[in-house]
Design a protein around this ligand. Sequence first.
Ligand code: 8IG
Length: 280
Amino acid sequence: MSQVTDSDPNPLDEIGADPFEIARQAAAEIAQATGVAHHDIALTLGSGWGQAADLMGETTATIPAADITGFSKPALAGHPGTLRSVLLPSGERALVIGARTHFYEGHGVRRVVHSVRAAAATGASIMILTNGAGSIRESWTPGTPVLIRDHINLTAASPLEGATFVDLTDLYSARLRSLAREIDASLGEGVYCQFRGPNYETPAEVQMAKAIGGHLVGMSTALEAIAARESGMEVLGMSLVTNFAAGIQTTPLSHEEVLSTGSAAQGRIGALLASIVGKL
Ligand code: 8IG
């Protein structure tokens, strides 16, 4: 593990740690803290997606993620760092993860995928991963939500350890994608390229991503999706285009642009995601 600091010690970083045992411990603590023994679905809400939780159902518990074993302290403003238990109209329970650990933080892949493994250990069988992303397609302007059809993992890392051969055909469930398109037939589908970050790409790197079949560029999701599949979950991935990728747009990229596009779109995409969850 490439641990850059011990100011936020984490049992996942200890020698001999079993990440699945730590995920089970986290799940037990989530059950205790929320009073909900079993969650049915889990959602990670990335840039712009935060409002979906309020529209999906009734939040019955909100807990600081950092209180739960294995979770890291929040690294970024706009990423609130909470776990919420939401009672859906169907009676099902959703675990809403507003606390993402990014690969670029340098704490290793185990920490990046811990929330997904913990969600699986709470019983969730569907994992919805959302993010903000840069678009390579000119027709996908900032503010456009897109379904992730497949990914290209450019991090040179994997959450799988040892000889764990996991099939990733249909990683992003065709069933869930078509369900989403029943809610909004205009939803496009694209291939998401996860770069390590935290720098945005050079224009040449964006052209490379395009040449190898990518449509969206970002810094999350692919590693989490792999871990979700390893844990047997069905995965839905969605990006909110917050900017054109470098070189597609001629103006410099900025985190402020990402945040303002996210806040402008959040009511609309939150409602979209809430309707999708209502159909699961
Ligand atoms: I939001 O253009 C967001 N995240 N790598 N590139 C990468 N990540 C991003 C981008 C982008 N926009």
